[in-house]
Design a protein around this ligand. Structure first.
Ligand SMILES: Cc1cc2nc3c(=O)[nH]c(=O)nc-3n(C[C@H](O)[C@H](O)[C@H](O)COP(=O)(O)OP(=O)(O)OC[C@H]3O[C@@H](n4cnc5c(N)ncnc54)[C@H](O)[C@@H]3O)c2cc1C
Length: 363
């Protein structure tokens, strides 16, 4: 079995940034594996009404011009085409669709520490692919494949529609319905504003949402990232960026507030066959519930390495796992944005070049 220096898992913004720096700096043998059918990472799956005007801003990939598209074009068309251009321009070879199922230490390795890692993967039909042996893994698997939905009693009994942001397609699917939108983030507000045009909406959040009167300044962004960075350095589970910034008033949100659409209700306590039981014990009838309750980082394939600490978090030193610098997490915590993903790719490759030059190759 050939031993590579690096396996990059995932070819979204973070994986492609790493690919760019691996190619540019040279000297490391690497492979990139991605579970998608084609370029674009999670952007391939965003809903139609998430247009280029509606996204927060997509940072250009390293070595590429800015993303150039009309405001009304859906991001799920623009970004995959842009990633495809990048892959062609720099002749990036990506093995796809290939899903990594497991990363573990090579039990047969003897020789100097640290041991190499084995990367197990499968094709779309579940057929196992050849094992890869590597000195390091850059994990850039994003969050889209791990939608999070809180467990509430009665969830199985509800007769109406329930779907997560990850499965949201268009507001028209809820025409004429009474719909609960659950969640205090930007996705929840996006769904709420759209569905309110065609149906009746009720907004539920766990905590009272905090709206800021500022526009989203770079400084606010930096403060939010610094907050997440601190948590990750201390090995605490990562929170959402909104939990650090609050929500920012925009003209559409102000208009929605004036129409009474943002009258937030405290989280309901259970579901019933025809609706929910409110925090005050009364029942509310509903036809649908949209769970805009976020995502978790996709790290299940790394479970054999036992990276999580007793807080349930993973302490990082830069992008490297503090206790195991063979592993880097890109697009994780403070780098979970297109700008953060760009930086993480560069930082991880810089660090690997130093670390791998110092460490002899194990047998
Ligand atoms: C609705 C929504 C809107 C957003 N809008 C913005 C925005 O406007 N601006 C911004 O900066 N950020 C935005 N973000 C955050 C954004 O998703 C990230 O910043 C960035 O695009 C994530 O890049 P990534 O490379 O980490 O992950 P992804 O784009 O998710 O790429 C991960 C890749 O890894 C692959 N993968 C996953 N598991 C495996 C596996 N086991 N084996 C092999 N491959 C695997 C996936 O198939 C995917 O191709 C948004 C997020 C959401 C959910």
């Amino acid at each position: 079995m050939e031993t590579l220096d690096v396996v990059v898992i995932g070819a979204g913004q973070a994986g492609l940034s790493a690919a760019h720096h691996l190619l540019r700096r040279g000297g490391l043998r690497f492979a990139i594996l991605d579970a998608e059918e084609g370029p674009g990472g999670a952007w391939r799956h965003r809903w139609d009404s998430l247009t280029m005007a509606a996204v927060n801003g997509i940072r250009e990939l390293p070595g590429m011009p800015e993303v150039d598209a009309a405001d009304d074009e859906p991001a799920h068309r623009v970004v995959p085409a842009y990633f495809s251009d990048f892959e062609q321009r720099f002749s990036v070879r990506i093995q796809r669709p290939v899903r990594v199922t497991r990363v573990e230490e090579d039990p047969s390795a003897d020789g100097p520490e640290p041991r190499p890692l084995l990367v197990h993967s499968v094709a779309t039909d579940g057929t196992p692919r050849p094992l890869l042996r590597t000195r390091a893994v850059l994990n850039a698997t994003g969050t889209w494949t791990r939608p999070f939905r809180p467990a509430l009693p009665g969830a199985e009994e509800f007769h109406g529609t329930q779907l997560h942001t990850a499965d949201y397609v268009r507001a028209e699917d809820f025409a004429g319905q009474r719909v609960a939108i659950v969640g205090g983030g930007i996705s929840a507000l996006g769904h709420l504003l759209e569905i309110a045009e065609v149906g009746e909406t009720l907004w539920y959040t766990r905590r009272e949402p905090v709206f800021q009167d500022l526009s989203f300044t770079e400084e606010l962004g930096r403060e939010a990232v610094a907050g997440v960075e601190r948590r990750v350095r201390e090995g605490l589970p990562v929170g959402s960026v909104v939990s650090h910034t609050g929500l920012v008033w925009t003209p559409p949100l102000r208009a929605a507030a004036q129409q009474g659409l943002l009258a937030r209700r405290p989280m309901f306590t259970r579901l019933t066959p025809h609706g929910v039981v409110e925090a005050d014990g009364t029942e509310t009838a509903l036809e649908a519930i949209v769970w805009a309750t976020g995502f978790r980082h996709e790290l299940r394939h790394l479970a054999p390495l036992g990276l999580r600490n007793r807080h349930g978090g993973i302490a990082l030193d830069g992008t490297a796992v503090a206790d195991d610098p063979r592993l880097h997490l890109l697009g994780y915590g403070p780098s979970a944005s297109t700008i953060g993903a760009n930086r993480a790719g560069r930082a991880a490759v810089n660090r690997l070049l130093k670390d791998l030059a110092r460490v002899p190759v194990a047998a």
